[in-house]
Design a protein around this ligand. Structure first.
Ligand code: FES
Length: 205
């Protein structure tokens, strides 16, 4: 057991796996795109980043709680960083939100709204990819993928299937079945867990 100070509030913790869980137990709202308590930590989106009393920033989902920690969750610097992250994700994302199956349920859309983003300053340089309609159960639209990796981990870690994975590197990075197969050509059982955790409309049922 220990105590940490979050936004000036003394908060007790016991066996919480990370600072993010302690923050949420204190009923402080903090955005995340790639954290799921039942999956491994990926730490990719950086939206959960917090700042300590020395000005050091770190992803709260990947940091174990330590006694005496003093952290801030919503400083001006963090707010600006989160806004920039979401803006960059939106820039590399197709803009068909109003006709998207996930419209109104999309985590990225919700974050953009919460952070007051009504203009994306950056151009989308990603090549348009074909939508995969080959599976009888699941539609995969790579143009809406923000590479949070949630589908990859749920397919591997919860379903034990490992149908989806990351391919290529850097700006070419994509999530897809091995050897760029269509979903209908893989052993995907169509459980829909990937669609359930997908943060955008990239995978839908
Ligand atoms: Fe912590 Fe994505 S939720 S990095």
């Amino acid at each position: 057991m220990g105590f940490m100070t979050i936004d000036g509030q003394r908060v007790e913790f016991t066996n919480e796996p990370n600072v993010l869980t302690v923050i949420r137990n204190a009923e402080i709202d903090i955005p995340t795109l790639c954290y799921h308590s039942e999956l491994s930590i990926y730490g990719a989106c950086r939206l959960c980043t917090v700042e300590d009393d020395r000005g050091k920033t770190f992803a709260s989902c990947a940091e174990p709680p330590r006694d005496g920690m003093v952290i801030y969750t919503h400083t001006e610097r963090l707010r600006k960083n989160r806004k920039l992250i979401v803006e960059l994700l939106l820039a590399a994302h197709c803009r068909d939100c109003t006709t998207c199956d996930k419209h109104g349920r999309c985590k990225l859309q919700k974050l953009a709204y919460q952070l007051g983003i009504n203009n994306v300053r950056f151009e989308n340089h990603r090549e348009i990819q074909p939508v995969d309609f080959s599976s009888p159960a699941i539609v995969r639209d790579p143009n809406k993928c923000i590479l949070c990796g949630d589908c990859v981990r749920v397919c591997e870690e919860l379903q034990g299937q490992g149908i989806l994975n990351f391919a290529f590197r850097g700006s070419e990075l994509q999530v897809m079945p091995a050897f760029d197969k269509k979903l209908g050509e893989t052993k995907c059982v169509g459980c829909g867990q990937c669609a359930a955790v997908c943060t955008t409309g990239a995978i839908t049922v």
